[in-house]
Design a protein around this ligand. Sequence first.
Ligand SMILES: Cc1cc2nc3c(=O)[nH]c(=O)nc-3n(C[C@H](O)[C@H](O)[C@H](O)COP(=O)(O)OP(=O)(O)OC[C@H]3O[C@@H](n4cnc5c(N)ncnc54)[C@H](O)[C@@H]3O)c2cc1C
Length: 428
Amino acid sequence: MNTFSRLVVLGSGWGGFELVRKMTEARMLDVTMVSPRNYFVFTPLLASTCVGTLEFRSVTEPIRKTLQRNQYIQASCESVDLSTKLLNCRPAFEETADATSLFTIPYDKLVISVGSVSNTFNIPGVHEHALFLKNIGDARRIRHRVLDCFERAMFPGLSSKEKESLLHFCIVGGGPTGIEFSAELHDLINEDLSRLFPQLMECVRITVYDVAKRILGGFDASLAEYAARKFSRQKIEVVTGMAVNSVTEDGLVLGNGEFVGARLIVWATGLAPSQLIANMEGVLKDAKSGRLLTDDHLRVLDQFGKPINDVYALGDCATIKDNDLPCTAQVAKQKAKYLRSLLSKPSPSNTLPFRYKYAGSMAYIGGWKAIVDLPLKETKVMIRPRGWIAWLFWRSAYFSMAVSWRNKVLIPMYWFLTWIFGRDTSKF
Ligand SMILES: Cc1cc2nc3c(=O)[nH]c(=O)nc-3n(C[C@H](O)[C@H](O)[C@H](O)COP(=O)(O)OP(=O)(O)OC[C@H]3O[C@@H](n4cnc5c(N)ncnc54)[C@H](O)[C@@H]3O)c2cc1C
């Protein structure tokens, strides 16, 4: 069994977390994880926490519990010195954000799995006024804003135009994240807020904007059409082929010049490389996405296209040269499992290259309905359930994928509580 002098893993997301999760079993005792976030987020259920279907802590896993005897340092890596094998890091505490707090961490082997950031495409106002949906902090802000809009709309003396603007919820991006959030928001409004604020219901609107010709581009067209039909029945408006030109505090300006009033704008479109990846030198990056390029053993390629031994990258921050895979948890997790096995071998270069196995896609579309795109085992045949059967499948799949027993108890418990008592609408 191989042991390393020091394996440093950057990031506690799908890639980093899955990699270190079972490393204790592999007796790789000298693992250090560096991440500003001391927990893992189960992102497929993040949209449910934005509206209170689930509580925030039911979709997180504390890193220290997972790492056990391995090390964790709460810091952000700011640059990698590939020649000296040193990482320049900054503690991830608010009070130590000054330059003097920088420190270095040496590594023998490095795994970069720092994810990505939301892409604003340099559209004016997005950064300042839109809300993103990438982590727990974002979900908390969205939940607060939705409830805030309803409470504000109850203020005496507001005109119906002001109420309509406050209660117009805009989602930019018709991919799975934008669609699932819209669906969850619809459930919150339809099942809970309609009872608490009946007088406001005629002013409420949910609109999804996408520059593409159709929503859910990664799904089969028949499933996407089904979702669009369900949305139209649920009075969620879908506007496709429409760009957003700018975002202000009170709304957004569309590609056709029209101004649309809204207090909540959720920006769920596009990914961009994080600062660390954008600033990294001496390595090859994908020209279009800016992601690190690796070989099929997940080794980062240097500027001449040669793999750098002992530096690996996976997850949203990297892609395999000539084999671009989507930025999903599924890909990150499979790569992490592959790398864990590769790193435990005495001669990693003899290992077979990474091969991705598509395990299907799912999306919740509201009103206890979902769509599922599923390959039948060992065949090229796809099955495509939709509606409540797909919803049952969606829930069971995510329940079974929850990592800890604690969350395997909490998740169904919150689903049950929401069903019986409704969602908690306290704003804090
Ligand atoms: C709302 C939502 C729903 C999703 N649903 C699905 C789904 O249903 N199915 C699916 O397959 N995929 C889904 N995804 C996509 C999936 O979550 C990502 O593809 C996956 O998280 C990528 O894993 P990662 O490890 O690369 O990055 P992340 O999971 O984003 O983790 C990145 C980690 O790196 C840390 N980090 C950042 N910068 C630094 C730094 N400089 N130094 C050290 N650490 C750093 C972060 O704190 C974080 O811990 C969803 C994503 C979102 C946002």
